[in-house]
Design a binder for this molecule. Structure first.
Ligand SMILES: NC(=O)C1=CN([C@@H]2O[C@H](COP(=O)(O)OP(=O)(O)OC[C@H]3O[C@@H](n4cnc5c(N)ncnc54)[C@H](OP(=O)(O)O)[C@@H]3O)[C@@H](O)[C@H]2O)C=CC1
Ligand SMILES: O=C1OC[C@@H](O)[C@H](O)[C@H]1O
Length: 109
């Protein structure tokens, strides 16, 4: 993720997190593992995945940031929630009028 010249992820999350003592950007995923690796090296991120599904399935991950193109926000936010992650998603949360991301707490029925 976030490999293009004007990508928002560094300014939107990765650099701000570096100034927060209780947070760490632990992993990054891209559709291509080599691209994810180059991004991880540049930003000092320890773990690399070659698919978004692998990242959201990592039990060590507490929350994910979704800076994908608009049409992928809803799909991957919902998949990440279903996998048990907290989710921070770039705007717009969805690109169809009916879609809404349902915040949910697994401890609340
Ligand atoms: N850029 C900005 O200044 C701002 C952007 N935003 C929002 O943030 C989101 C991301 O923006 P931005 O960082 O500019 O986006 P990018 O165009 O840089 O895309 C982010 C990443 O999405 C991944 N991706 C997955 N599927 C596709 C696909 N089909 N085509 C292209 N890329 C794909 C790519 O990573 P990979 O292939 O490596 O997995 C890519 O690096 C947008 O929703 C935008 O509205 C909000 C405010 C400002
Ligand atoms: O998504 C965006 O990308 C480019 C920015 O200039 C703009 O403010 C933002 O909405």
């Amino acid at each position: 993720m976030a490999s293009s010249v004007h990508a928002i992820a560094p300014d939107g999350l990765i650099n701000p997190v570096k100034s927060h003592p209780e947070a760490v950007v632990f992993a990054v995923a891209a559709r291509d593992k080599e691209r994810a690796g180059a991004f991880a090296k540049k930003h000092g991120i320890a773990k690399v995945y070659g698919s978004y599904q692998e990242l959201i399935s990592d039990p060590e991950i507490y929350a994910i940031y979704n800076p994908l193109p608009n049409g992928l926000h809803y799909e991957w936010a919902m998949k990440a929630l279903a996998a048990g992650n907290h989710v921070l998603v770039e705007k717009p949360a969805a690109n169809t009028p009916g879609a809404k991301i349902q915040a949910h707490d697994p401890h609340v029925p």
